[in-house]
Design a protein around this ligand. Structure first.
Ligand SMILES: NC(=O)c1ccc[n+]([C@@H]2O[C@H](COP(=O)([O-])OP(=O)(O)OC[C@H]3O[C@@H](n4cnc5c(N)ncnc54)[C@H](O)[C@@H]3O)[C@@H](O)[C@H]2O)c1
Length: 339
């Protein structure tokens, strides 16, 4: 039997980028730029992004999502496979979120890169809250309230620090020791006061921007505590039966979603109040693409409560992965392999 000649199969090199490579090159500022551009192009109808299929692995309390996107105008084509296993940190010492991204060349379909998707998920999830806060939070926002002290909570604070003059943050986690560690690390990293608190109300009252980045399935604070002028980024929950935000705050706030379609299918924070009849669909003011492209204004007064709900979109991954790949090629990072 004859072997197939390489000429016909066309060998090519693929760049493997580890989490450490990505950590070295990817900054929050650049991730925010990439994600903002992706939302503009998405709004212009230049992105293709089928709704992500999800497989629930009930036997092991896990969820795995397959997230493809093509963004024309940016030439980003990628798919991320991401798993969400909330018991991982306690059970296996592994992160809740694990992911891998394949980045393709849109011209030929050729695989350009295989990269870690965990760090990119955290960076682009922070970045989308950064973009939302840039348009929706008060310019003078100085105090942050952070719910959850895990992986996403770190990039949430990094992102809002990038777009607003944040001087102090309060962090609440159901595990006080986790909040304490987060506070120490983030204070050191950003050079601001990060203070662990023992009650949810202390991460709400007096805060200008609140980020919820928990694995909770039920509301993490009482919506009546939220003061006028606050902006909230809700990023933790992304299945219809789970929510971090109660119906009170959803009703009180001007709501911007990452995607109408995705949030109406996946975001319990929106779906549950809809089912309760507390809000109707037209209570959703805009999607982020409409706001960044200027077709709808973001914040228009100092006293409105604004709320950005993100379930996470594949365009965020594709745009960030392409940016990381270009930077890695430029700085000679990563390892080339032939598949
Ligand atoms: N919207 C998106 O694009 C997006 C992207 C990535 C992750 N997520 C979701 O964000 C959530 C957090 O992910 P992670 O990687 O940071 O997980 P993680 O396990 O690292 O951190 C979650 C933290 O939330 C804490 N927590 C749970 N219930 C709480 C409560 N009621 N109040 C305060 N803290 C509470 C946990 O103790 C834990 O420290 C997950 O649900 C994940 O699926 C969303």
């Amino acid at each position: 039997m004859q072997n197939v000649n390489n000429y016909y199969l066309g060998d090519y090199m693929v760049l493997v980028l580890s989490r450490e490579d990505l950590r070295r090159i990817l900054t929050m500022k650049e991730t925010i730029e990439a994600v903002e551009e992706a939302f503009k192009l998405f709004h212009e109808g230049r992105a293709k992004m089928p709704l992500r299929p999800a497989i629930r692995v009930e036997e092991h309390n896990g969820l795995i999502l397959y997230m493809p996107a093509y963004i024309g105008g940016m030439e980003a084509l990628a798919v991320k496979v991401v798993s969400v296993y909330s018991e991982n940190p306690k059970k296996y010492g592994l992160p809740t979120i694990l992911g891998t991204i394949l980045l393709n060349d849109p011209k030929s379909g050729k695989l350009l890169s295989i990269m870690d998707g965990g760090l990119i998920t955290a960076m682009r999830t922070g970045a989308v809250s950064g973009v939302a806060s840039k348009y929706l939070a008060r310019e003078d926002s100085e105090i942050a309230g952070i719910f959850g002290a895990g992986v996403q909570a770190r990039t949430q604070l990094m992102a809002i620090y990038e777009v607003r003059p944040i001087k102090k943050a309060f962090v609440y986690d159901v595990y006080p020791e986790v909040a304490k560690k987060y506070a120490e690390e983030m204070s050191r990293q950003l050079g601001i006061d990060v203070i662990p608190v023992d009650e949810p109300i202390k991460a709400v009252k007096g805060c200008d921007i609140i980020c919820t980045a928990t694995t909770s399935k039920t509301p993490v604070f009482n919506g009546e505590w939220v003061e006028e002028g606050t902006h909230i980024n809700g990023i933790g929950s992304h299945v219809p039966e789970a929510r971090e935000l109660d119906s009170t705050v959803i009703k009180r706030a001007k709501i911007v979603v990452d995607s109408y379609e995705a949030c109406l299918k996946e975001a319990g924070d929106i779906i549950i109040p809809l089912k309760e009849g507390v809000i109707s669909k037209d209570h959703i003011y805009a999607d982020l693409g409409e706001v960044v492209s200027g077709s709808k204004p973001g914040r228009i007064s100092n006293d409105e409560i604004t709320l950005f709900k993100s379930v996470g979109l594949a365009i965020q991954d594709a745009s960030t992965a392409l940016r990381a790949y270009k930077m890695a090629v430029k700085s000679g990072l990563g390892k080339e392999i032939t598949l």
